[in-house]
Design a protein around this ligand. Structure first.
Ligand SMILES: Cc1cc2nc3c(=O)[nH]c(=O)nc-3n(C[C@H](O)[C@H](O)[C@H](O)COP(=O)(O)OP(=O)(O)OC[C@H]3O[C@@H](n4cnc5c(N)ncnc54)[C@H](O)[C@@H]3O)c2cc1C
Length: 327
């Protein structure tokens, strides 16, 4: 469902207020994203709230500005939106968060714009890498037989499927995302969000308080995660064991399993150099105050080829080329 023309007009004004130096078509591109939101109810709610924002009486009552949003001055629009951001009414705060995220994600993932805020941009065009896996695309009712069905091919499902196959079981892995490899890693965040993240990176809790950034592609989150590799802390293992009744997590066997996974992934501290995006964030005193932890990351010994941390969340070509055991 697309936004109504009235809501789209307001959205253009909202986008121009949130990102004042954005190109004129930003509002239309945000409207196109709204049309792809996973929950129809969210789209309908945004349409209503945008139209309310252009109502004189509502603005007078809620913001003290007796003017439709599209006719306000830039300063009035900003004051009005700030009021929505901090409103005591949850639907207004929710609408503000939705509009702010959609607008800034759309703008700052536009090729070229990302560079202006210190992001490095693509290394080079993607390589022509063949795709060794031949997934079966199921488009109609189909009968397949196997010993085990694993739903999801991510960090959990992938390992389970691999271990079961090694143990001689006939396994089918169901994956709702598409199959992407190095040939698809354009290093454009917009492309990556659209093709390798659940709901294009826009999945959120119902109240929009939390964005659920989650990989959705063959390999799940392992294809786009930052490679930070920390062993489950003892306190967490204890909590899983005692609070959730899962004593296995406190056993020596689990400790050995963690060590086996770390060894297989080649976890090391050789790739701890912060990416350009993190360095850019560190220059903002309100964010990190320039502090970085030296993190364990998984790489591939003995070559220890540098992981491409600037682009890893859009798919790291080097990591994938170096380790064919990953999907
Ligand atoms: C950008 C990003 C960076 C991250 N960085 C790190 C990091 O540095 N270190 C770290 O430890 N963790 C990191 N994570 C988290 C880590 O990737 C996840 O915790 C991990 O992948 C979760 O494994 P999983 O098997 O539960 O799910 P996932 O790996 O997310 O896999 C689930 C898969 O199941 C598929 N699926 C879901 N529902 C269905 C269905 N009904 N039918 C068919 N398929 C379905 C999805 O499409 C997806 O591919 C990161 C995550 C993201 C998104």
């Amino acid at each position: 469902m697309s936004l109504s023309p009235a809501a789209q007009r307001v959205l253009r004004a909202v986008a121009a207020t949130l990102v004042p130096d954005a190109p004129a078509d930003l509002g239309d591109r945000v409207a196109a994203k709204v049309a792809t939101l996973p929950r129809p109810a969210d789209r309908a709610e945004l349409d209503v709230l945008l139209r309310l924002l252009d109502t004189r009486a509502v603005n007078l009552m809620l913001s003290g500005i007796p003017t439709p949003f599209t006719r306000m001055t830039a300063a009035q629009r900003e004051r009005c939106l700030r009021g929505w951001a901090t409103s005591r009414l949850p639907p207004r705060r929710k609408a503000f968060q939705a509009l702010k995220r959609l607008t800034t994600v759309t703008h700052y993932t536009t090729p070229g714009v990302a560079k202006t805020v210190g992001y490095p941009g693509p290394l080079s065009p993607p390589p022509h890498t063949p795709k060794p896996i031949r997934p079966t695309l199921v488009t109609a009712d189909t009968t397949l037989s196997c010993d085990v069905v694993v739903v999801g091919s991510g960090a959990g499902g992938g390992v389970v499927a691999g271990e079961l196959t090694a143990a001689g079981k006939d396994v089918i892995v169901l994956e709702k995302g598409g199959y992407r490899n190095e040939a698809d890693f354009t290093h454009q965040e917009g492309d990556a969000l659209a093709t390798m993240y659940d709901a294009g990176g826009l999945l959120a809790t119902r109240d929009l308080g939390l964005v659920v950034l989650q990989g959705s592609t063959l390999g799940g989150g392992t294809v786009i995660n930052y490679t930070t590799s920390l062993a489950t802390p003892d306190a967490v293992r204890g909590e899983w064991a005692r609070v959730h009744g899962l004593p296995h997590f406190e056993t020596a066997e689990y400790t050995r399993a963690l060590a086996a996974v770390a060894a297989r992934l080649g976890v090391n501290t050789d790739h701890a150099r912060p990416s350009a995006s993190r360095r850019a964030a560190a220059r903002c005193p309100r964010l990190l105050s320039g502090r970085f932890l030296r993190l364990l990351r998984h790489g591939v010994p003995p070559r220890r080829e540098a992981i491409d941390l600037d682009h890893v969340s859009a798919g790291c070509r080097r990591l994938r080329r170096a380790d064919r055991r990953r999907l």
